[in-house]
Design a binder for this molecule. Structure first.
Ligand SMILES: [Mg+2]
Length: 237
């Protein structure tokens, strides 16, 4: 069995236009192989539903940097704390660390839309966080202090392509590990491919058999298509 774990932004989706079509040849090859394609993203469940429908993929999916696994049947396995507990702790930590932040919770949908280069309908899906709080760190020199202050509250700081994120779970890799362990219990060998581009992808890329790191300048769906097909060619699949 082959399983693919992929980040979305700047990987399967273009960073600016969110186009995925250049990846279609590799996607159809993976579908013919029956390989699950697991979106492994900082996006919310609502956003992932939108993209699964648009691209023609299905669950399981890893949402909000591993805060939740949406299973094949749509049930959600939560791995962290609810957002309602995270946002106030993040505000406390920022104030203690003398870090100035702007939380997603404080941004109207129009601001999220402008920052993410998307329409307000999609921004509302992005705002529907359940397991984490994205934020802009307006004082980057306070990042280490903020990280320490979050850790004292049992929270983690991670960084995606656009935002910092406060989490109460391990990160994407914790969720990837759970799915891999689940599939390894089934008979037959499991081969895993992972595709990512940002620091919050490094943890899960270290867990897969064939990590694909998309570098700045050679990222997005065309690179995704080429690099995934190269791995499939090398595996004679
Ligand atoms: Mg990314």
């Amino acid at each position: 069995m082959l399983a693919v774990f992929t980040d979305l932004d700047n990987c399967l989706l273009d960073h600016d236009t969110y186009d995925y079509r250049p990846a279609l040849p590799a996607l159809s090859r993976l579908k013919l192989l029956g390989a699950p394609i697991v979106c492994t993203t900082s996006k919310t469940r609502a956003e992932v539903e939108h993209w699964l429908h648009a691209i023609g993929l299905s669950h399981p999916s890893i949402v909000e940097n591993g805060g939740g696994i949406v299973l094949e049947d749509g049930r959600v396995e939560a791995l962290g704390r609810p957002r309602a507990a995270i946002t106030p702790a993040l505000r406390e930590a920022a104030s203690e660390a003398l870090a100035r932040i702007r939380c997603f919770a404080d941004m109207p949908a129009e601001e999220i839309a402008a920052r993410c280069n998307m329409g307000t309908d999609r921004a509302r899906l992005a705002a529907a966080r359940e397991f984490s709080e994205p934020f802009v760190l307006e004082t980057p020199e306070r990042e280490d202090a903020l990280r320490a202050s979050l850790e004292q509250r049992g929270l983690r700081l991670t960084r995606g392509g656009r935002f910092h994120h406060a989490l109460a779970h391990e990160g994407k890799h914790g969720a990837v590990r759970r799915l891999v362990e689940h599939w390894r219990r089934a008979p037959g060998a499991l081969v895993t491919i992972g595709i990512g581009d940002a620091p919050n992808d490094e943890g899960f890329l270290a867990l897969v058999d064939h990590p694909i790191r998309l570098a700045h300048g050679d990222s997005g769906p065309a690179a995704w298509n080429r690099r995934v097909q190269a791995v499939l060619d090398a595996l004679n699949l």
